[in-house]
Design a protein around this ligand. Structure first.
Ligand code: GLU
Length: 507
């Protein structure tokens, strides 16, 4: 690429960043880094009525958590700042004036009530009101008025907006890097407002001016902005500026059915739609997702590498990313697949890493220090990690390694605890007390030998033994568990179960 690649992620701080927004940021980031370019964060906050306190912090924290640092943006110096549109406010007016001077835009005085009246009137007749070539001369603007009258009304302080003068009867040829060539008939377009009566530009004007001033080479954004492309291209032409290249990313669709993924889908099906917690909505971070897993699954939502490879770290993504391999059609969101990704990344962590991530959970459970010994915890996570999707799963999977069972699985008890089981367990305890080596293999050999000598069967001893140790029929190899929790703990558990379950079975 001859021109320096400069892309921007330009969210409006109107609430938390949706996971689709994070994907837009990610694709921008990958594209920039692939071509040694710059990734810029621009906060588009010209619509003050939709501004939400805390949203900008949220956006920045989310990018940071995902490991997508921006090269220029709010709080990071850069040659094209400021990077918040509200701080660039004074800059846009002259561009609106320039368009008016060039005859590419005009003043419009129509009040909100008047426009609403037209809208309703049209609706009643089954039509849509569009402010454009076919009716603009009948409306209240500087094209329908005498020039002096318009000037006078402005001078008298009357409120007005500046609208783009869409030329009629033109066929616009637009190019999208993902969708190819698109033809738009200008007669179908409306004269969009560029500048508002509150002295602020609309999204369209500010966006184009800033992309130009910030030397943006490629605009990569969500498909919902595709309808704005015609206006944006016309604005570049009107200013006689070179337009950037455009790529509109496919929507992220609901797990089932039609339509784009919404917050409600997440609530209904129990998965996050935000990267981080926002008010009552829990995010990917709080659910226990690793940021690498989130980045990986997002990259494959709408893009494919053209191979079977599914696991990519960020560096590999930068290398493999190719915008021409982004799909045109919507990408279906699959919550199970996101879990699968997390599981894959969990398996990649070392036992020591997982053990230390598990520590805060153990701390919250008020355990003796010996049970939180890092080497002990490491052995346990190593045993159980292939059953875990999140670090938080470890507690449920391994609770019995840390404290004796508080209850026993009712069904297993009914099935496994016979009238003489408590007695057998009592005899087993005496045998276990006599052992000097409690290492896994020796223990297994000895206990199995004892079962033979006692003329008992494995089925009579091992399932109730597991129930006594674990409280359930789950878990890894029984002798591994016993060896890990140790001789005295194992014996205590068997004794306790023999008493408690013995009483129950004799009722
Ligand atoms: N401010 C727009 C948004 O909230 C940016 C669209 C664009 O990237 O041009 O998504």
């Amino acid at each position: 690429m001859s021109q320096k690649v400069r892309v921007r992620f330009a969210p409006s701080p109107t609430g938390p960043l949706h996971i689709g927004g994070v994907r837009t940021a990610l694709f921008n980031y990958l594209f920039a880094k692939k071509y040694d370019g710059d990734f810029i964060l621009r906060i588009e906050d010209t619509d003050r009525s939709r501004y939400i306190e805390g949203a900008e912090d949220y956006i920045i924290n989310a990018l940071q958590w995902c490991g997508l640092p921006f090269d220029e943006g709010p709080r990071v110096q850069g040659p094209y700042g400021p990077y918040r549109q509200s701080e660039r406010k004074m800059l846009y007016r002259k561009y609106a004036d320039e368009l008016i001077k060039k005859g590419k835009a005009y003043y419009a005085f129509d009040t909100a009530e008047k426009l609403d009246y037209h809208r309703k009137n049209h609706e009643a007749q089954g039509k849509t009101f569009i402010y454009n070539w076919h009716n603009r001369l009948k409306l209240d603007n500087s094209l329908s008025l005498m020039p002096e009258t318009a000037q006078e009304r402005i001078a008298n302080g009357e409120e007005y907006v500046v609208r783009f003068l869409t030329p009629p009867d033109e066929k616009l040829q637009l190019i999208d890097m993902i969708r190819g060539s698109i033809t738009i008939d200008t007669n179908t377009l409306d004269d969009k407002v560029l500048f508002k009566s509150d002295g602020m530009p609309t999204y369209h004007l500010a966006n184009i001016v800033d992309d130009h001033l910030m030397k943006i080479s490629h605009v990569i954004r969500g498909e919902e902005w595709l309808p704005s492309l015609a206006l944006h291209q016309q604005l570049y032409d009107a200013f006689e500026w070179q337009a950037p290249s455009f790529a509109h990313l496919p929507l992220i669709m609901k797990p089932t059915g039609k339509g784009k993924l919404s917050k409600r889908d997440g609530e209904k099906l129990g998965f996050p739609v935000f990267p981080l917690q926002w008010k009552d909505s829990i995010g990917y971070r709080e659910t226990g997702y690793f940021p690498e897993a989130v980045v990986n699954f997002l990259a494959l939502l709408g893009w494919n590498p053209g191979t079977e490879q599914e696991i990519f770290n960020l560096q590999e993504l930068i290398k493999a990313f190719d915008i021409s391999r982004v799909n045109k059609s919507g990408a279906r969101f699959d919550p199970d697949k996101t879990k699968w990704y997390n599981q894959q990344y969990l398996q990649k962590k070392t036992d020591a890493q997982l053990a230390s991530l598990f520590q805060p959970i153990l701390e919250a459970h008020d355990l003796p220090d010996t049970k939180r010994n890092p080497t002990y915890v490491e052995k346990i996570v190593a045993l159980l990690k292939d059953r875990a999707t999140f670090v938080s799963d470890f507690w449920e999977l391994s609770e019995y390694f840390f404290r004796p069972p508080e209850s026993y699985n009712e069904k297993a008890f009914q099935k496994q605890w016979k009238d003489n089981t408590s007695e057998i367990m009592g005899q087993l305890v005496s045998f276990l007390e006599g052992l000097s080596d409690f290492s896994e293999d020796i223990l297994e050999q000895k206990v199995k030998g004892w079962i033979g000598e006692m003329k008992l069967s494995f089925g009579k001893v091992l399932p109730p033994l597991r129930l006594a140790i674990v409280g359930d029929m789950k878990g890894p190899h029984l002798f591994t568990i016993m060896s890990l929790i140790g001789q005295s703990d194992s014996i205590e558990r068997i004794q306790r179960a023999a008493v408690l379950l013995g009483k129950l079975s004799n009722k």
